[in-house]
Design a protein around this ligand. Structure first.
Ligand SMILES: NC(=O)c1ccc[n+]([C@@H]2O[C@H](COP(=O)([O-])OP(=O)(O)OC[C@H]3O[C@@H](n4cnc5c(N)ncnc54)[C@H](OP(=O)(O)O)[C@@H]3O)[C@@H](O)[C@H]2O)c1
Length: 332
């Protein structure tokens, strides 16, 4: 008898990543492929930097619901990493939410959503856990509260399971506070501050967060139909970030504040910038996410040392410095 018969092949696990060309979407695609899942990677445009392995690209708009359902066949999990135009969430979030719910219902898949801290409103408390009250006192807070409520209601009424994994500002990729603001002038030895340097701020390194998505996906059977988990990531002030960059670069940095006044003027002509400026309050409120509930579910939470996570924001000539690399491996 063939011994292999005693060890039946593991059933194939399939995830559909919606928004796979985006920051979290691409990181999640890589993490799921790495963990042996088959990935359907949805995007409207060609995806740069896809990993090798079991990835099938699905070039479609998320609103092409039938095409997506027919293409994918069986899917266990859907990562909803779509992030529509920041200035038009009022118009774009509701149809995208409805489409994701429709696809999830048809495929009988568990939805995973990267949540953010907007739900807690403008006066958010310092420690944010899964019981912290939502306060809809900004547009973005009420839009995200509504979006999550749609998934919670669908869990009860349609039987679509969802888990929200809430995280702080992403470290990784372009178009973030880090590359557009804080490190924009690092090449001139200038560190740009967004607000008071000592206030702790919540950060999420994308490869760590993406690994958490995989670990939670693998535990989905024990989750309630609708659940929320907080990814702690880093609780790091801008002073701590500055110190990390100074150590990586091997010299002190000059500190300059973000020119908020000038940005306000430019925002007259840019709805996107106007929407971004409304989030300035996050730099004036200390906040961090508690990972206790996540820890109870998955055990040790993936955590890359902060200095390693920040390396991609170093000026080009510094990225390859062997000295910086040696320091990281010793200190972290
Ligand atoms: N960025 C952060 O710091 C942060 C922190 C916590 C939570 N989050 C949440 O994480 C999620 C993903 O954020 P992200 O920063 O990774 O997103 P992102 O990179 O800005 O965008 C993700 C993808 O969304 C797709 N998209 C945008 N508008 C669309 C539309 N109308 N229809 C279909 N697809 C559309 C784009 O795909 P195409 O390639 O098809 O254009 C894009 O690649 C969001 O819910 C966000 O709120 C973000």
């Amino acid at each position: 008898m063939n011994n292999l018969n005693f060890f039946p092949a593991k059933p194939e696990k399939t995830v559909l990543v919606l928004g796979a060309a985006g920051r979290l979407g691409l990181a999640a695609t890589k993490a799921f492929v790495h963990a042996g899942w088959t990935v359907w990677a949805q995007a409207r445009k060609p995806i740069q930097g896809l990993p090798r392995g079991r990835v099938k690209v699905l070039q479609a708009d998320v609103l092409e619901i039938d095409r997506i359902i027919e293409s994918c066949g069986k899917v266990d999990v859907i990562v909803h990493a779509i992030n529509p135009d920041y200035a038009r969430w009022d118009l774009l979030l509701p149809p995208i939410t409805a489409a994701v719910l429709h696809i999830a219902k048809a495929l009988n898949a568990h939805v995973m959503i990267p949540g953010n801290v907007y739900n807690f409103g403008q006066e958010l408390p310092e420690m944010l856990d899964e019981g912290t009250a939502f306060v809809a006192n900004t547009e973005k807070a009420s839009q995200r509260i509504q979006m999550e409520a749609s998934f919670s209601t669908a869990a009860d009424e349609l039987g679509v399971s969802t888990v929200v994994i809430r995280a702080g500002d992403f470290i990784g990729g372009r178009g973030t506070w880090l590359d557009m603001g804080i490190t924009k002038n690092l090449h001139k030895a200038v560190f740009t501050t967004m607000g008071p340097g000592h206030l702790p701020h919540a950060w999420a390194y994308l490869p760590d967060l993406a690994k958490v998505f995989v670990l939670v996906a693998e535990k989905r059977e024990v989750l309630p139909r609708f659940d929320v988990l907080h990814f702690p990531g880093y609780r790091a002030s801008q002073l701590e970030l500055q110190s990390a960059f100074e150590q990586l670069m091997g010299h002190p940095l000059k500190v300059k504040p973000m020119p908020w006044g000038l940005m306000k003027m430019i925002a007259w002509f840019s709805p996107m910038l106007k929407a971004v400026l409304k989030m300035r309050y996050l730099w004036e409120r200390p906040h961090q996410l508690s990972g206790d509930k996540l820890l109870r579910l998955i055990g040790p939470i993936p955590h890359t040392p902060l200095k390693l996570a920040l390396r991609e924001y170093l000026p080009k000539n510094k990225k390859s410095q062997p000295r910086a690399l040696a320091e990281i491996s010793i200190e972290s």
